[in-house]
Design a protein around this ligand. Structure first.
Ligand SMILES: [Zn+2]
Length: 112
C-alpha cells in the first residue's frame, strides 16, 4: 500500500496517482538511489558508460548533464576503489620487500 502524502489515503502499489485526490505518487514509484547506483555501477563495470548515463536518466529523470556528472562521479569512486585495493597489495608487497631487504642486510652483517 502507498499512503498518499497529500490526503493520507492508502493506494494500491500499482497506482501512479492517488485514488483520493489525484496527486502523483511519484516518490513511491521512483527507484531508490541505491538501486540506480547499483545498475550504473554494473554498466560501468562492463565498460558501458553511455548506457549507464542513459539508464541513469531513465531512472531518475535527470538532465543529460546531471546524469553525466553523476555517472562520472560513480565511475571515479569505482576507480578509486580499485586503486585502493591495488594500493593495499602494493603496500603489502613493499613491506614484504622491505622485510626481505632487512633480512638480507642482517644476514650480511652476520657474515661480516
Ligand atoms: Zn491523495
Amino acid at each position: 500500500m502507498i499512503t498518499c502524502p497529500h490526503c493520507d489515503r492508502a493506494n494500491p502499489p500499482e497506482n501512479r496517482l492517488c485514488a483520493g485526490c489525484g496527486a502523483a505518487l511519484a516518490t513511491e514509484i521512483q527507484p531508490s538511489t541505491a538501486d540506480v547506483e547499483a545498475r550504473v555501477r554494473q554498466l560501468l563495470a562492463d565498460g558501458r558508460k553511455i548506457e549507464a548515463v542513459k539508464i541513469y536518466r531513465e531512472l531518475t529523470g535527470a538532465s543529460l548533464a546531471e546524469a553525466k556528472e553523476a555517472v562520472e562521479s560513480l565511475a571515479q569512486s569505482h576507480k578509486s576503489a580499485v586503486v585502493q585495493r591495488n594500493g593495499c597489495l602494493g603496500a603489502f608487497l613493499g613491506m614484504a620487500l622491505a622485510l626481505g631487504f632487512a633480512t638480507v642486510m642482517a644476514a650480511r652483517e652476520l657474515v661480516d
